[in-house]
Design a protein around this ligand. Sequence first.
Ligand code: ADP
Ligand code: TYD
Length: 218
Amino acid sequence: MEKEPKKQLSLKKPSPPQGLFIVFEGIDGCGKSTQVELLAKRLQRRGKKVVTLSEPTAGCWGQKIRALALTKGSLSPAKELELFIKDRKEDIKNNIKPALQAGQIVILDRYFYSTLAYQGARGLDMDEIRAKHDKFVIRPDIVFILDVPVSQALKRIASRPVIYGLFEDRDYLKKVRKNFLKLKDPECYLLDGRRPPEAIGRQVWQILIRRFSWLKVR
Ligand code: ADP
Ligand code: TYD
């Protein structure tokens, strides 16, 4: 008797949830935190697992940066750079990498592009800052740089208590803005941050679903 061919069982595993690494950048008051929140809510409504993070972190190096930043000029540019890098290494190891490995969507408020722009504006060489980061960073999938004139950004944060005296000086921020505008990395999208938050949020979403169409699936 002829043997019946064995039935092929479909053992295809469901694909693991997909991680995605999104960064928002720009000068103080450009609207990053607002956009992080809008996007996180939009993704969560679609059932996505989202982790929102920010740098400097609340970890020990981030706390040190905050404490030292209160005293204008208390840190040399090289020391600043060293502290932001230490903070970032910890953030990658403890927060960013584990979340991405678990298939979550990481939305990060500031990353090494801030170091290029801010510590670059303190006189450090942007290529050297980049080279130091190339050794350890996880490259984000996409970066949104919100561009706003310094005067407008400072007006927005005028009522905020000054925690970063060192970083929120008008002339300094003008240099920082210029440095952000110099960034030409393919993952970076420059957006006009002067528009209402909802309009920016819609543009962010359109760009994201064009690049990562699976985000549309609920
Ligand atoms: P950042 O995180 O870049 O410092 P925030 O998101 O905290 O900026 O925004 C700074 C202030 O400006 C907040 O009071 C916020 O409500 C307001 N804001 C944010 N985005 C916009 C926008 N697109 N237009 C006008 N005001 C904004
Ligand atoms: P942040 O808390 O994001 O301030 P804001 O909400 O006003 O944008 O960042 C704190 C300050 O630290 C901010 O002035 C930018 C500065 N900074 C650097 O100079 N280098 C860096 O690498 C990072 C991450 C932040």
